[in-house]
Design a binder for this molecule. Structure first.
Ligand SMILES: Cc1ncc(C[n+]2csc(CCOP(=O)(O)OP(=O)(O)O)c2C)c(N)n1
Ligand SMILES: [Mg+2]
Length: 196
């Protein structure tokens, strides 16, 4: 089922994070979190092990609380479909420092590759735009990924959304720690806050 000329998810995420500077990267449950880990564990990585549908809203909360921090959510099409209402609040609040990337393999890869709505009808770029996220792009080339990675550093022009078509290859799972308290306190510490 894997189609030629679709992008490789690990290459996409490695490119997004290559010159990350201050970026906090929030991974959706499962595969996108593995991709972020594969690009290199980092105190500013926030991994979701569960909470399907919550990645964009966690990004929104952090972006509103820390407006000088570039916040990048990297999640899957299935996870974003479950939390699609997030677009409405992000489009309303318009946090300029928030960027969202969906790695769209048109399936629920983590649970066996069942086809998702984006393979047939659902257009996440259209939804994001209709919710008020003016900078919403469909990405199909690495050059576009590189341009998007640069724009993540611009804290004045967001929110922005990119739907990146990727192949549906099942890759080796590169798992980060499952210790949520450790992950949140490591991030807080790196941002200069006390542990909770
Ligand atoms: C509330 C809830 N429902 C279902 C699941 C099971 N589940 C885990 S990952 C996943 C698929 C995620 O698909 P997608 O976000 O597209 O990521 P992919 O693996 O395709 O990159 C599902 C259904 C879950 N963890 N939580
Ligand atoms: Mg998917």
């Amino acid at each position: 089922m894997s189609k030629a000329n679709l992008l490789d998810r690990r290459q996409v995420v490695a490119t997004l994070l290559a010159n990350r500077k201050d970026v906090v990267a929030i991974g959706g449950l499962g595969a996108s979190t593995n991709d972020i880990t594969a690009a290199g564990d980092h105190p500013r990585n926030f991994y979701l092990w569960g909470g399907m549908g919550g990645a964009a809203m966690i990004g929104l909360g952090l972006a509103l609380a820390q407006p000088k921090l570039p916040v990048l959510v990297v999640t899957g099409d299935g996870e974003m479909l479950m939390g699609m209402g997030a677009f409405a609040t992000i489009g309303l609040q318009k946090p300029a420092n928030l960027s969202i990337v969906v790695l769209d393999n048109e399936c629920y890869g983590e649970t066996g590759g069942q086809t998702s709505h984006t393979s047939v009808t659902a257009d996440l770029v259209g939804v994001a735009k209709a919710c008020g996220i003016a900078d919403s792009r469909a990405i199909s080339t690495m050059a576009e990924v590189e341009a998007f990675a640069k724009s993540v550093q611009d804290l004045s022009a967001g929110p922005r959304f990119a739907n990146v078509k990727i192949d549906n290859a099942e890759l080796k799972r590169i798992l980060p720690t499952r210790d949520g308290a450790y992950v949140v306190n490591r991030l807080r510490g790196d941002l200069g806050f006390q542990p909770i």
